[in-house]
Structures are given as structure tokens and as C-alpha cells.
Design a protein around this ligand. Structure first.
Ligand SMILES: [Zn+2]
Length: 285
């Protein structure tokens, strides 16, 4: 897979582009899902306590002068526990949730209405990233997803070969799915998409080059927490292709070096604190 070289640096978003970070709730789960060897037993400690971790759910809204409102990922959906059922809620537990973390409420904090979104981009189709697609059914609004992710997600649900992470309620034919292909897509002025397989076959990260705050790299679940990115700890039970993950990791490290970008991980509270990120209504320009 070719790694882009220069276009990702010169593709600047126009003056007036804004970005908001949306806080769509919190999850708690066993760290073995996202850190290889998390909670592993040993001869001297045969029954360790499995560490549980607090995770954040994020999405990003971009106001773009020529493209309009663009949403990157959608969170788990407002009705997450009811939709997924008690078993999934017990394992991937949504906790400390308030109604102002609903997708439409978070968008309202930016001064916009969810109905005004012109384009949705999904990093990967797991239920905590695409579960909020419900408002975009029957609207005709394009929902961009990598070709390989669409194929894999529909296959996984239809054949029950990868259950519990994709759900049929948002993998419907009344969404205007728009596939993209290959390793790199220049989606709009200032917005590049990089295919980063590993966590899932079609996972794709977003690179946003803003005029004032510089480059942002939103990684979806290529990384759940900072150990994955900073300490090169591979993912645990949720990784689908380890070799592909390692290659994607190398690509993203290079991208950060070239651009000096701020790398915002899929679910990491530590990174939110380290980068001093502020949620909507704070706008980054
Ligand atoms: Zn996730």
C-alpha cells in the first residue's frame, strides 16, 4: 500500500473552516479488549483481577466553507443500551451518560442542527462509531465508508461470523452509502482520508489541516488508548488483523512526524487531558 507523500501536507483547509469535538458518552470495559496481554495470568499470579478501563466516545463536526457540515463518526446512538441489549451493555458498558451527550444535542452546542449535515464519514462501522447513523436513514445524505469496511460489515452481520461488534439496525439499504477505495482519498480541501486496516478491514482515519490550529489526525479505533499509539502495544481481543495493524501504525507515526499533527485516539481520556482538548462549543480553527 503506497503511503502518500506530499499532498497530505499541501492540502490545507480554507480560511473559515472550523472543527468541534463532540463528546458522545463514556464506556467502561475490560482492558483485554484493547491491550494485548491485558490482565493476563501467570504462574505466580494465576487469577489476577481483570483491569477495567474508562473510555470516551467522540465524534468531530467540521464546518467547511465549500462543502458545508461534515460529520466524522456518530458514536453509539442515543439509545445504545436498549439497542444492543443487556449482554453487550454488561461487557461494553455505557456509563455516566446524560442527554446532552446525544448526537443532536452535541451538534446543537456548535450552533448547528443535525439536519444541516451535508456529509458523514465513518472511520469504521463498529456499533460505538456507526450506531448513531439512524438520523441519516432515508435522507440521501452521503455516508462515506471504505469499500472494504462496507463489504466486511454487511458480511459479518449476514453470516454471523463477527457478531456483537456490528449491528443490523444501522446496516440498512436506506442509507446513502458511498464507498471509497484504495489507500488515500482527498475528500475535500484540507481533509484527507487514509485507509488504516487492522482493527477492522476498512478502518480509515481522518487528517484535517486547519489554518490556525494545524493538522489533526482522528484515528477512530486504530488506537483505543495511548499505550497503543505511544508504547506500540498492539490491540487485544478487538484486533482483526495484527500484521495490517502494525503497518497502519507505522504509516500514522510517519504522518504525525511529517505534519506535527495532534493525534486524537478513538477512546482515550488520557489523550484528551494531555492535549487539553475542549469539547463543543469550543471551536478549533
Ligand atoms: Zn470504538
Amino acid at each position: 500500500m503506497a503511503t502518500p507523500t506530499s499532498i497530505d501536507l499541501i492540502n490545507q483547509a480554507p480560511e473559515g473552516t472550523k472543527m468541534w469535538i463532540l463528546h458522545l458518552g463514556n464506556l467502561e470495559c475490560d482492558e483485554g479488549f484493547f491491550l494485548r496481554g491485558g490482565g493476563v495470568s501467570s504462574l505466580s499470579n494465576p487469577n489476577p483481577v481483570s483491569p477495567r478501563r474508562q473510555l470516551i466516545m467522540l465524534a468531530y463536526l467540521i464546518e467547511h466553507p465549500t462543502e458545508g457540515l461534515i460529520l466524522y463518526e456518530t458514536g453509539a446512538g442515543d439509545d445504545y443500551p436498549e439497542i444492543v441489549g443487556p449482554q453487550v451493555q454488561d461487557v461494553f458498558s455505557r456509563v455516566e451518560y446524560t442527554k446532552d451527550m446525544n448526537l443532536d444535542a452535541q451538534i446543537a452546542k456548535t450552533g448547528h442542527d443535525i439536519k444541516d449535515i451535508k456529509m458523514v464519514v465513518i472511520g469504521h462501522l463498529h456499533l460505538d462509531h456507526a450506531g448513531g447513523l439512524e438520523p441519516f436513514r432515508k435522507t440521501g445524505i452521503p455516508v462515506y465508508v471504505h469499500e472494504l469496511e462496507i463489504k466486511y460489515a454487511f458480511y459479518a452481520v449476514a453470516t454471523k461470523t463477527d457478531e456483537g461488534v456490528y449491528l443490523p439496525h444501522y446496516l440498512t439499504f436506506d442509507i446513502n452509502w458511498v464507498p471509497f477505495h484504495g489507500s488515500f482519498l482527498e475528500l475535500a480541501p484540507g481533509i484527507n482520508i487514509h485507509h488504516s486496516p487492522g482493527h477492522t478491514p476498512g478502518l480509515s482515519i481522518m487528517q484535517l489541516n486547519l489554518p490556525k490550529s494545524g493538522t489533526w489526525i482522528f484515528t477512530s479505533d486504530q488506537y483505543h488508548v495511548k499505550e497503543n499509539f505511544e508504547k506500540d502495544v498492539p490491540q487485544g481481543w478487538l484486533a482483526r488483523d495484527h500484521d495490517a495493524w502494525v503497518k497502519s501504525h507505522q504509516m500514522i507515526k510517519g504522518l504525525k512526524k511529517r505534519t506535527g499533527g495532534k493525534v486524537v485516539l478513538g477512546h482515550c481520556w488520557d489523550t484528551v487531558r494531555d492535549l487539553k482538548l475542549e469539547f463543543a462549543p469550543k471551536a478549533y480553527e
